[in-house]
Design a protein around this ligand. Structure first.
Ligand code: SIN
Ligand code: MN
Length: 270
């Protein structure tokens, strides 16, 4: 998939692009099935609210080894519609995934993610430059009611803000403080809700400020995130590095898969 000059300019200006229904209902059904299958596995790559409880975050489904591996998710991560777009936006063919994750925001209980930049944490992982981009794919319809993501247009232009560790929600993370966020929201156009039918995707710059609300609906809201980094920008050594499933050391450049890879993965193992 080749982005137009207007799409590249939109990404440059706003820090993100939205692609309504980029993945088909059949592809989404396969990916959902894989998330359901893998969520039953016992693995350190799966975070749960309580032992034996439902999965909250599943890491590392894109690799071809390990407990959480999934051929369909691997194909999605290497699709010309995701990897191809990331290659174009980062201006480099040699990309790998810093990590991939499936977030399950549980019906009724799934709580908010505070405003943050992904590069807030990834820089602490030892990544030198903000040359990463994330493709998010909706596996369920995302609405304002079920806690969709919000992106603050243009906010990536100011670089990385010094983050603080926020453990006030179920998703502790390196967040940007309320005082700074008030200024940022006043300075930029209104945050854009990332809503859409299943299969809708978006790609956003690692310094783009984003957040999401509580899921007040009766259905879980699931999304896959592919966080692409340039091989040339792989992390330097740090003290107490985070585990490989979140700070990957597989810096092998990813090869583009066939665009039909998700559907093919299902017939192969049927
Ligand atoms: C994230 O920012 O990494 C995830 C936010 C969400 O799933 O709502
Ligand atoms: Mn994030």
């Amino acid at each position: 998939m080749q982005l137009t000059a207007a799409q590249c300019a939109h990404y440059e200006q706003n820090g993100f692009l939205i692609f309504p229904e980029l993945f088909s209902p059949k592809e989404v059904a396969i990916l959902r099935g894989e998330v359901e299958r893998v969520s039953k596995i016992d693995s350190e790559c799966i975070f749960r609210e309580e032992t034996g409880g439902p999965a909250k975050t599943i890491f590392r489904m894109h690799e071809d080894n390990g407990e959480t591996k999934s051929a369909a998710v691997r194909a999605a991560a290497r699709s010309p519609r995701s990897l191809g777009v990331a290659q174009q936006l980062l201006g480099d063919h040699a990309l790998y995934l810093h990590h991939s994750k499936v977030n399950v925001k549980a019906a009724i209980q799934g709580s908010a993610w505070p405003w943050h930049q992904d590069f807030g944490a990834w820089h602490l992982d030892g990544v030198g430059k903000p040359q990463l981009t994330t493709m998010v794919v909706m596996l369920d319809e995302a609405t304002e009611f079920n806690g969709c993501l919000y992106l603050l247009p243009g906010s990536h232009h100011e670089g990385r803000h010094q983050p603080y560790w926020d453990d006030s929600t179920a998703y502790s993370l390196w967040a940007v403080g309320p005082k700074e966020m008030r200024k940022m929201i006043a300075r930029y156009p209104d945050p854009v809700p990332l809503t859409g039918k299943p299969g809708t995707a978006a790609i956003f710059h690692c310094n783009n400020l984003h957040a999401s609300g509580h899921n007040l609906s009766a259905q879980d809201r699931r999304q896959i995130f592919f966080c692409y980094n340039r091989v040339a920008n792989h992390p330097e050594e740090v003290e107490n590095p985070r585990p490989d499933y979140v700070r990957s050391q597989n810096w092998e450049p990813m090869r583009l898969a066939s665009d039909g890879g998700i559907l093919e993965s299902a017939t192969k193992f049927a």
